[in-house]
Design a protein around this ligand. Structure first.
Ligand code: NAG
Ligand code: NAG
Ligand code: NAG
Ligand code: NAG
Ligand code: NAG
Ligand code: NAG
Ligand code: NAG
Ligand code: NAG
Length: 563
C-alpha cells in the first residue's frame, strides 16, 4: 500500500509539475569531517540553470553544512510570505528535546564538535540587507581552475566517463559553468618532475629544440578539446604562465633556490613565450592571456620555504624585461591580442610592486592588461592593498589567479574530505574579493588525489574535487566546489556587481555576508552566507522590488535569483 502511494505521488509530480529544470541530486556521503558528493562513471550531480518564469518568482539555491547541495527553493514575491529554506535540522525529531541555548558568538562551540542539533534557534536574529541595482561596480567575467601536470596525469588515470564528469561538473552550464583554465608554460609545482622547453641543448640562443609541443602539453590539448566538447563551450579562455626558464638561462643553473634570469637571455625568454603561443595556436588551442611569470618573489625572498621550480624577479628587473623585451615582442607579433597580466604573486606585494616597476621603466605598465594576485596570505593582509592598486591603475582587470588550502604548516596538508570550514574559507574569500574590484577568480588544481598530490616536492594541498586514485572509480566533490559554484554558476560573464549590504551587522566579526550582481539577462543574483550556528531571518529590501523575507538555515550559503 505504501509503495503504491509513493509510486502514485512520484508519477503525479512528474506529470503535473512540468518543471523545465532538472536536477540530479548530490549523492551525499558522510566522512569524519563532513560530507562530500560522490560521482562515478554512471552518476554525478547536476543542476540545470534555473529560469525565472515571471517577475513574481524568486529562486534560492542553497548549500549547507548539514548536507544541502545546490538545493532549489522557489517562492512567490507577490504573495508576501517569507521564503524558508528547509534543512535537515528543522525536521530532526530530537531537536527540541536535546536543545540547549547557546550564544551564537561563542566560536569555541564550533571547535568542540558539538552536534548541530544541540543548538536551539532561540537567538535567531533578523538582518536587513539592502540592494541597489543602479549603484554599479566592476564586471565579473572570469571563473576557472588549473590544468596542471598533476591534474592532467590524474584525469588520464580515470575511465573516460568519469573524466567527462569532471569536465562537465566544472565547465558545463549544468555544472558550475567555468569559462577559463590556467596552465603552465613548461612545468610548475604540480607536476611529476620539473621541466622546461629547450632544456637541451644548453646555451642555445636559437631555441633550436623548441619546435614542437612536449607530449605532456599534447595530452593537455587532447583533454582540453574533450573538456570543450563535454562542456559545450564556444570559447575557452586559457591563461598561461611560466614558473621557470630552463636552468641554463638562470644565474644559479637550478630549478629552485635564489636564481634569476641572466640578463643576456631577456630577449630569448620573450621569444620562448611567443613560441609557446604560436605552437598552441597551431594546435587550434590559442592562449587568451599570459602573465609575466608565476610568483616572482619565490626565487628572491621565498627561497627558504619554496622548493619547487621558480624564477626570481624584482619589480625593477621585471619592468625592464616587460618594457624592453616581452611587451614589444608580443605586441609586434601575430599574437599581439594576447593579454598580459602582471605580478601573479601574493596580495602583500600590492601596490608597491607596480610602483617599483614604474620607477624602473615609466612606460612598462602600459603593456599590462591586468593585475593577477594569489590568495595565500589574504588572512594577514587587508584588501585595501588591492583597492590602492586599483585606484592607481583603474583600467587594469584584476584577477585572482591561484588559490588552495592546505599549504601552511599549521593546516592539514592535503585534502580534508567533507570540510565545510574549508568551503567557508572560500566563500569568505570570494565574497571579499568581489567586494573589492575583482573581475574574476581562477582556482588552482581542478582535481588532486586523496593525498593532495601527486607532485615532485611532496607539496600536498586540497582541491574542489578529489579523485580516488586507488580505486579510480569515484571522485569526491568537496564543499569548496559548491562554495565556488554559488558564484561561477549563477554569475555569468558580463555580470556587474551592484550594491548589496547588510545594514545592521551588530558586530563586524559576525559571520554573515552578502555580495550582489546584476546579470546580463537582467536578473539579480545575491550570494548570502550565514556562518552562524543558528538560522537567520533576512529582511531584504530591493530598491526596485521592495521587501523580501527569507529564513536561512545555520552554516549555509545561498544564491538568490529574482528579476
Ligand atoms: C554509481 O553511483 C550510483 C549512485 O550512487 C549507484 O547507484 C551506482 O551503483 C554506482 N555505480 C557503480 C558502478 O558503482
Ligand atoms: C504569485 O502570487 C500572486 C498573488 O497571489 C499570483 O497572482 C501569481 O500568479 C503568483 N505567481 C506564481 C508564479 O505563482
Ligand atoms: C524555532 O524553530 C521551530 C522549528 O522550526 C519553529 O517552530 C519556531 O517557530 C522557531 N522559533 C523561533 C523563535 O524562530
Ligand atoms: C631536444 O629535447 C629533447 C627533450 O628534452 C631531448 O631528448 C633531446 O636530446 C634534445 N635535443 C638536443 C639536440 O639537445
Ligand atoms: C639546486 O638547489 C637545491 C636547493 O637549493 C639544492 O639542494 C641542489 O643541490 C641544487 N642543485 C644543483 C645542481 O646545484
Ligand atoms: C620616461 O622615461 C624616459 C627615459 O628615462 C624619459 O625620457 C621620459 O620623459 C619619461 N616619460 C615620462 C612621462 O615621465
Ligand atoms: C571588465 O572590466 C575590466 C576592468 O575595468 C575591463 O578591462 C574590461 O574591458 C571589462 N570587460 C567588459 C566586457 O566590459
Ligand atoms: C577509494 O576507494 C577504495 C576502494 O573502493 C576505498 O577503500 C577507499 O576508502 C576510497 N578512498 C576514499 C578517500 O574514499
Amino acid at each position: 500500500m505504501k509503495t503504491f502511494w509513493i509510486c502514485f505521488l512520484f508519477a503525479a509530480v512528474v506529470i503535473c509539475a512540468g518543471e523545465p529544470e532538472n536536477q540530479l541530486p548530490c549523492d551525499l556521503r558522510e566522512t569524519i569531517h563532513g560530507s562530500v558528493c560522490v560521482c562515478n562513471s554512471t552518476y554525478c550531480d547536476y543542476l540545470e540553470q534555473p529560469e525565472l518564469t515571471d517577475s513574481s518568482q524568486i529562486v534560492l539555491i542553497s548549500s549547507s553544512k548539514d548536507g544541502l547541495r545546490f538545493k532549489k527553493t522557489t517562492g512567490n514575491l507577490s504573495d508576501g510570505t517569507p521564503i524558508t529554506v528547509d534543512d535537515k535540522q528543522f525536521t530532526d525529531e530530537n531537536f527540541n528535546a536535546e536543545a540547549i541555548v547557546v550564544d551564537q558568538y561563542k566560536a569555541w562551540l564550533q571547535l568542540a564538535n558539538i552536534p548541530q542539533r544541540l543548538f536551539i534557534n532561540a537567538s535567531t536574529s533578523t538582518v536587513r540587507i539592502s540592494v541597489k541595482r543602479d549603484v554599479q561596480f566592476q564586471n565579473v567575467t572570469i571563473f576557472g581552475g588549473a590544468l596542471t601536470g598533476s591534474v592532467s596525469h590524474l584525469l588520464n588515470l580515470l575511465p573516460e566517463e568519469l573524466q567527462d564528469h569532471v569536465y562537465k561538473s566544472y565547465y558545463h552550464q549544468d555544472g558550475i559553468a567555468y569559462s577559463t583554465v590556467r596552465m603552465s608554460i613548461g612545468g610548475c609545482d604540480f607536476d611529476l618532475e620539473p621541466w622546461a622547453y629547450n632544456e637541451w641543448p644548453r646555451n642555445d640562443l636559437k631555441l633550436s629544440n623548441f619546435t614542437e609541443l612536449d607530449p605532456r602539453d599534447l595530452l593537455k590539448i587532447e583533454q582540453l578539446n574533450r573538456l570543450k566538447a563535454v562542456g559545450e563551450l564556444d570559447e575557452l579562455k586559457i591563461m598561461a604562465a611560466a614558473w621557470s626558464a630552463p636552468r641554463w638561462m638562470k644565474t644559479n643553473d637550478n630549478w629552485t633556490g635564489f636564481g634569476q634570469l641572466k640578463s643576456e637571455y631577456y630577449q630569448i625568454w620573450a621569444l620562448y613565450h611567443l613560441k609557446f603561443l604560436e605552437l598552441m595556436r597551431a594546435k587550434n588551442m590559442p592562449i587568451w592571456a599570459i602573465s609575466t611569470g608565476n610568483e616572482p618573489l619565490n626565487g628572491v625572498i621565498g627561497i627558504f620555504f619554496v622548493h619547487f621550480m621558480s624564477m626570481g624577479w624584482t619589480p625593477w628587473q621585471q619592468a625592464i624585461w616587460l618594457n624592453d623585451n616581452l611587451g614589444p615582442t608580443i605586441r609586434n607579433s601575430a599574437e599581439s591580442k594576447v593579454l598580459i597580466f602582471g605580478n601573479d604573486d601574493q596580495r602583500y606585494t600590492f601596490p608597491l610592486w607596480f610602483r617599483k616597476m614604474r620607477s624602473a621603466r615609466n612606460n612598462s605598465l602600459s603593456y599590462l592588461d591586468g593585475l593577477a594576485v594569489h590568495w595565500y596570505w589574504d588572512d594577514l593582509f587587508f584588501p585595501q592593498l588591492i583597492d590602492q592598486a586599483h585606484s592607481e591603475l583603474p583600467d587594469k582587470m584584476i584577477l585572482n589567479t591561484e588559490s588552495c588550502i592546505g599549504d601552511k604548516p599549521w593546516q592539514t596538508n592535503g585534502p580534508v574530505l567533507g570540510s565545510w570550514q574549508r568551503g567557508e574559507s572560500y566563500m569568505r574569500a570570494y565574497t571579499q574579493d568581489f567586494r573589492h574590484s575583482f573581475n574574476g577568480w581562477v582556482d588552482w588544481n581542478l582535481v588532486l588525489d586523496e593525498q593532495g598530490g601527486p607532485n615532485y616536492v611532496k607539496n600536498y594541498v586540497d582541491a574542489p574535487i578529489i579523485v580516488n586514485a586507488t580505486s579510480r572509480i569515484e571522485i569526491y566533490k568537496q564543499p569548496i566546489f559548491y562554495a565556488i559554484g554559488h558564484f561561477s554558476k549563477f554569475v555569468p560573464p558580463q555580470s556587474v556587481r551592484i550594491e548589496a549590504k547588510i545594514e545592521n551587522l551588530a558586530n563586524p566579526f559576525t559571520p554573515l555576508s552578502v555580495v550582489g550582481f546584476l546579470r546580463p539577462d537582467g536578473n539579480v543574483a545575491l550570494i548570502i552566507y550565514n556562518g552562524q550556528n543558528v538560522p537567520v531571518d533576512v529582511a531584504l529590501s530591493d530598491s526596485q522590488r521592495g521587501a523580501i523575507n527569507l529564513r536561512l538555515p545555520p552554516r549555509s550559503w545561498h544564491t538568490v535569483l529574482y528579476k
